[in-house]
Design a protein around this ligand. Structure first.
Ligand SMILES: Cc1cc2nc3c(=O)[nH]c(=O)nc-3n(C[C@H](O)[C@H](O)[C@H](O)COP(=O)(O)O)c2cc1C
Length: 185
């Protein structure tokens, strides 16, 4: 039997990433779990940012952001960027992250991240609690150790997810895309 609960965004696990934003004069890093993949050609991601976040004004001003994927080893830095504000501190320093120069955006990315997805904002949608930035991915900066046949191939279980206030490991593969195709009905 299922019990009907009050409506909530109960979609989890979610990827936990650190989004960097800004330029040479001002930049910041914010932890986000509410990021999404919404279009393939061109590749478009979304980032949902609460109106109170310092990062919001920076993304709005520059029209750019970079999604940095976070492996288990960088979890401490991810949490730091999620509980401190760029209004009060240099979050790169606080998190132990190194700024790396952007390639197709002015925004720095995190050198230690295995993959940084540089995005240019193509649209902003204002919802009651969050502004949703739609970012077209203009470059994927991947650690060469994780590139195979020109594609990003991160090791299984490398990244962390976020569920109900907890960070979870991701696991080993349990199937491959389309493995049911051809099964008799
Ligand atoms: C795991 C985790 C996920 C988070 N996800 C979001 C999110 O999706 N959107 C958001 O606006 N804030 C999110 N936050 C909160 C911000 O990261 C946090 O408020 C941060 O201090 C804001 O930084 P800023 O003021 O420098 O922009 C999350 C925090 C954590 C720890």
């Amino acid at each position: 039997m299922k019990i009907q609960l009050k409506p909530a965004t109960s979609l989890a696990p979610l990827p936990a990433v650190v989004v960097t934003c800004g330029d040479e004069t001002e930049n910041n890093a914010i932890t986000l779990a509410w990021v999404g993949t919404v279009n393939s050609v061109p590749p478009i991601l979304t980032a949902a940012v609460r109106y109170s976040r310092h990062s919001l004004g920076i993304i709005e001003r520059t029209g750019e952001f970079t999604v940095n994927l976070i492996p288990k080893e960088l979890l401490h830095g991810l949490d730091v960027c999620g509980v401190t504000s760029g209004r009060d501190c240099d979050k790169f320093a606080a998190a132990g992250f190194t700024r790396a120069k952007g390639v197709n955006v002015k925004c720095p990315h995190i050198a230690e991240s295995p993959a940084s997805l540089e995005c240019k904002v193509i649209r902003r949608v204002d919802l009651p609690t969050h502004a949703v930035f739609f970012g077209e991915v203009v470059s994927v900066l991947a650690d060469e150790r994780y590139v195979k046949d020109g594609r990003l191939r991160l090791p299984e279980g490398m990244l962390v997810t976020y569920v109900n206030g907890q960070y979870l490991e991701t696991g080993a593969a349990i199937g491959t895309y389309g493995y049911t195709a051809g099964e008799s009905k």
